[in-house]
Design a protein around this ligand. Structure first.
Ligand code: KG4
Ligand code: ZN
Length: 359
């Protein structure tokens, strides 16, 4: 069965074709990162307008790259939530219209549920029960996945998502957008033990996360550093007469090594929590596999340290390829294939559900 998948929940317009066994034949992703960069975050109105401009071309490219025509497509899957309402609407409406016009079965897909299967699509392996860590700009959660479409959320962030913390800290440090890759770049030459940032909730018995404390600690550490700089006469007060304190206020430039050490220490604190909680959840659920996906799963330190921790505990680790970590339609088409094969269908009046939850 050839399934066309469409994803437009945030700032990536994507279309993919999968064949039998949810094998990915094409996975075209048009990223809008450059468009939103000047604003330091995703601007919903801009995202929506660009989804509309790109969707036709992206779907056409996905069909061409897969070497198939629209006539050969046997089912359509599109993300229906969670995400930005105005972004979701574009891909979902396109998918439903295509299904209606071609008289094809249609299924609406929960974007987070699709993240759960992306490591398996990536590895081309048959699904097995696992604990899945989803770490992105909007979500940080641990999920016990017993089978496809049979899962329980074990815990999630009670405040900021891990990627959000990376983005906010990068902004605070005057680094670019998105913040994760910039912080990782700086951290590469830094000392991860230089500053002991807190490991929020690491030793709590539950599987929830909290990253706003680490982010605030970085802000306080910077303030203290600024005050010391001023006391030593190396940096002048801002024009207003008081040092900038808001997250987006202008700041003095940190020496390169200090910036690198700060990024490495922050990254290490986040990675310690993600790795510690993922391993604890896998041991508690007695699963053989841990899987990981979402934009933050592109982080090299997280990948390396999670791999080492899993090895120590005799757990098998499946990480989605970087392209399948970030938002893409391959995972939407893949999950869509499984659901359509199982006979599931969504009505064509299915609405976008910006706050759709998992499970
Ligand atoms: O999954 P994703 O592409 O979009 C959603 O949020 O749904 O994730 C984007 C997030 C951003 O917060 C970005 O800063 C973070 O993933 N990210 C990273 C890295 N690459 C992307 N965080 C840490 N290290 C990275 N290398
Ligand atoms: Zn996502």
């Amino acid at each position: 069965m050839l399934v066309l998948g469409i994803e437009s929940s945030c700032d990536e317009t994507s279309a993919a074709v999968v064949s039998d066994g949810a094998r990915i034949l094409s996975n075209v992703v048009a990223s809008q990162i450059a468009l939103h960069r000047p604003y330091g975050g995703v601007v919903p109105e801009l995202a929506s307008r660009h989804h509309l401009e790109l969707i036709n071309t992206v779907v056409t490219d996905a069909l061409r790259e897969a070497g198939v025509t629209l006539d050969q497509i046997e089912g359509v899957a599109a993300t229906c939530g969670p995400g930005l309402a105005s972004s979701l609407l574009i891909g979902l409406t396109f998918g439903k219209a295509l299904a209606l016009a071609r008289n094809l079965p249609f299924i609406g897909i929960n974007h987070m549920e699709a993240h759960l299967i992306s490591p398996w699509l990536s590895a081309g392996r048959a699904f097995e029960p696992n604990v899945s860590l989803i770490v992105s700009g909007g979500h940080t959660m641990l999920v016990h996945v017993r089978a496809i479409s049979d899962h329980t959320v074990l815990g999630q962030t009670t405040d900021d998502a891990a990627g959000e913390a990376f983005d906010k800290v990068a902004k605070l440090l005057g680094l670019g957008y998105p913040g994760g890759p910039e912080v990782e770049k700086a951290a590469h030459d830094g000392n991860p033990t230089a500053i002991p940032f807190p490991r929020g909730k690491l030793n709590d018995p539950d599987f929830d996360f909290s990253f706003s404390g680490i982010k605030t600690s970085v802000l306080y550490w910077l303030r203290k550093w600024e005050q010391k700089e001023m006391a030593d006469g190396r940096w002048q007060m801002a024009a207003s007469g008081s040092p900038p304190s808001a997250f987006d206020a202008p700041r003095p430039t940190l020496p390169a090594q200090t910036l690198n050490d700060l990024c490495a220490s922050f990254q290490q604190a986040v990675v310690d929590v993600l790795v510690g909680k993922a391993i604890a959840a896998a041991l508690a659920m007695r699963v053989r596999f841990v899987t990981v996906s979402g934009g933050v799963a592109c982080n090299g330190a997280l990948r390396d340290q999670l791999a080492a921790a899993c090895r120590r505990h005799g757990i098998e680790l499946l990480m989605a390829d970087r392209k399948l970590c970030t938002d893409n339609a391959g995972m939407i088409a893949g999950l869509g294939w499984h659901k359509l094969q199982a006979g599931l269908r969504s009505p064509l009046d299915l609405d976008a559900q910006p706050n759709l939850r998992l499970g």
